[in-house]
Design a protein around this ligand. Structure first.
Ligand SMILES: CCCC(=O)SCCNC(=O)CCNC(=O)[C@H](O)C(C)(C)COP(=O)(O)OP(=O)(O)OC[C@H]1O[C@@H](n2cnc3c(N)ncnc32)[C@H](O)[C@@H]1OP(=O)(O)O
Length: 300
């Protein structure tokens, strides 16, 4: 009886945490019709979003459209949503590296796609679609890192802010060029940037469309580290090593740590505390906890 009650409480808490993670920012109540915008995006094909899931629990998500400096076509936006859904269901995952193909990160929206959806409502629908996807990406229970090689421009700069951390290679650059396109960020990158670097620095970066090199990014707290290798495989190896410092250990515990931080980052304090309690309940008395009690490690 007591065991089944505990099981029930555990399942309810788990369900609540999962629901919080997947809840979409926009739905029909906001005038958002996902199927309509998906149909539109489907018309603009090219490139791909590739995902490989490694045995060590690290996923590699590659923005792949090197002929256009990895600009996002409509079908790539759709594929990104599919890959995020796949990552939400990857129970062994602990970390994620997002990178671009061909030695560069991403040059934002494909300008051919942008030109073909010129009216404001379609623009907002595309924006809501990408905000929904990038919010789900940010809330994944995986520690995520954007590996920035070459350029992260416009929407590409916004994509970097949906990760927990950014690592830059020598000579790389993050630049919110929206102002020069007569725009502001729309994939959620403005709101996220304020939370990363503060409102003053965010305003300077957006209103000046400033180039952020690795040194400036470190100074602003936008990047964690400048990697040594400027080339694709070397920098990916370095990013893997950097991330593995934080993904070492049981998936249940690493994922719970990310969930606690997501709650603290996004929720009012009382809600964050209640969520922390629910997440605590998923690891307390779990296998990693019980094994640690048997081992009785000393944390010197
Ligand atoms: C809500 C999100 C809104 C946004 O994302 S707004 C920002 C959209 N992005 C842009 O305006 C970037 C425009 N591109 C550039 O500034 C430069 O191409 C960039 C990225 C600095 C790279 O410069 P370079 O290294 O000199 O390379 P390049 O200019 O020769 O580019 C190679 C080929 O790629 C193309 N390309 C780059 N970014 C693109 C884009 N976003 N959409 C469509 N095509 C794009 C570029 O036109 C060029 O093609 P082609 O060789 O001329 O046929």
């Amino acid at each position: 009886m007591a065991v089944s009650l505990c099981k029930k409480i555990f399942q309810t808490a788990k369900k609540r945490i999962i629901q919080q993670r997947r809840v979409s920012l926009y739905n029909v109540a906001h005038g958002y019709e996902e199927e309509l915008i998906k149909k539109k995006l489907q018309q603009f094909a090219g490139g791909s979003i590739n995902l490989s899931k490694e045995d060590n629990g690290i996923g590699i998500l590659t923005v792949n459209n090197p002929q256009l400096m990895n600009a996002f076509t409509g079908t790539m936006m759709l594929e990104l949503q599919e890959k995020v859904a796949e990552l939400e269901n990857w129970k062994d995952g602990k970390g994620l590296i997002i990178c671009g193909a061909g030695n560069t990160f991403c040059s934002g929206s494909d300008l051919n796609t942008v030109k073909a959806i010129p009216n404001s409502q379609d623009g907002m629908n595309m924006c809501m679609f990408m905000q929904n996807t990038l919010t789900r990406l940010m809330r994944l229970p995986l520690i995520s890192v954007a590996l920035i090689q070459g350029k992260a421009i416009g929407g590409g700069a916004e994509l970097t802010t949906a990760c927990d951390f950014r690592l830059m290679t020598p000579g790389s650059e993050i630049r919110f060029v929206h102002k020069h396109m007569g725009l502001v960020p729309g994939w959620g990158g403005g709101a996220r940037l304020v939370r990363i670097v503060g409102s003053g620095a965010a305003l300077r970066l957006l209103s000046g469309a400033l180039k952020v090199d690795p040194e400036r990014a470190l100074h602003l707290g936008l990047s964690e580290e400048t990697l040594l290798s400027p080339e694709e495989s070397g920098s990916l190896e370095e990013a893997r090593a950097w991330l593995s410092q934080y993904t070492e250990g049981p998936a249940s515990v690493i994922r719970a740590a990310k969930q606690v931080v997501t709650a603290g980052r996004e929720l009012p304090l009382e809600d964050a505390l209640r969520t922390e309690k629910d997440i605590f309940g998923t690891v307390w008395g779990g296998p990693a906890n019980l094994q640690a009690l048997v081992r009785r490690p000393k944390h010197k």
